[in-house]
Design a protein. Structure first.
Length: 283
């Protein structure tokens, strides 16, 4: 799983590929979806037996295999030679596969298509930390992969004036999904911080950058767009959120990283504000 995560984040090819390794998933690895809802913070500290518990990871094995497909289908040397039609077809197929994965999960763990403040399923007030963290982990994984896949449409360019309008509509439809996923990511990170405090650090370092840069680029490209000012407010909130990560329990290097992420987000806010102001003035 770490191999696929490094590949999808760095752009380097995965080392353990399905072509050379047997990556068949044992059905027992999914047993934790059955018992995890019953766990709470005291499980294992009250004399309960834990031998029957299957090992599990912060991510999802099935989604990791999809990440390998994404790397090959969209970011390999072979993929760079695809025509726009081929690239769009691959994006659509990968989107369908991710949706199949999403629907295969038990409803309690199934990521929402998008997250908003009005989404009552995110109410964690009476939910045990292990269960909430697990749900948010899957939600963040889902949104991150959707962002990565659908921002790839930026590589498409019309080959003739007649294709421009149709391609523009397809690109915008796909990129809108990545923007929705990025907004959802930042809200999930804030909810995690409110629930688990400094332990949310690792989630911020994994998902924060991709989400804020996606929103920022859309502000720069469409400074007068209907969502530009709203996304700028989201960036401001995100910068304040990452700044509020508790420093106790973090190493010196981790504190430095938090400060760097906060400064980076505020820089994006400043640049985004400049872009909107200039567009308003017709400069």
């Amino acid at each position: 799983m770490l191999d696929k995560d490094l590949a999808i984040r760095s752009g380097d090819p995965p080392l353990l590929t399905e072509s050379y390794c047997d990556l068949t998933i044992s059905i027992e690895l999914f047993d934790y979806y059955n018992y995890l809802p019953r766990l709470d913070d005291t499980y294992g500290c009250t004399g309960q037996r834990v031998e029957h518990l299957a090992p599990h990871f912060t991510g999802d094995v099935g989604l990791s295999l999809l990440k390998e497909k994404v790397c090959y289908q969209l970011f390999s040397a072979h993929a760079s030679k695809c025509s726009d039609d081929q690239l769009l077809l691959r994006i659509r197929k990968l989107d369908d596969e991710i949706e199949s994965w999403r629907m295969s999960l038990p409803s309690i763990f199934r990521p929402a298509l998008f997250v908003s403040h009005n989404n009552t399923s995110l109410d964690s007030s009476e939910e045990a930390v292990p269960l909430f963290t697990r749900r948010m982990s899957l939600q963040l994984e889902y949104h991150h992969l959707m962002t990565v896949i659908h921002t790839t449409v930026r590589r498409c360019a019309p080959s003739s004036p007649g294709d421009a309008e149709d391609l523009h509509a397809v690109v915008h439809s796909s990129f809108d999904l990545s923007l929705m996923a990025s907004r959802s990511t930042l809200l999930c990170l804030k909810l995690l911080l409110d629930k688990i405090g400094g332990q949310a650090f690792r989630f911020f370092m994994s998902y924060f950058f991709t989400a804020v840069i996606t929103l920022f680029l859309d502000i720069i490209i469409h400074p007068l767009g209907p969502q530009a000012r709203n996304d700028l407010e989201i960036l401001i909130s995100a910068a304040n959120t990452v700044r509020s990560i508790p420093g106790h329990g973090l190493t010196e290097n981790e504190v430095t990283r938090v400060e760097g992420e906060s400064k980076f987000a505020m820089r994006l806010v400043w640049l985004g504000t400049c872009a909107i102001t200039k567009a308003d003035r017709g400069i």
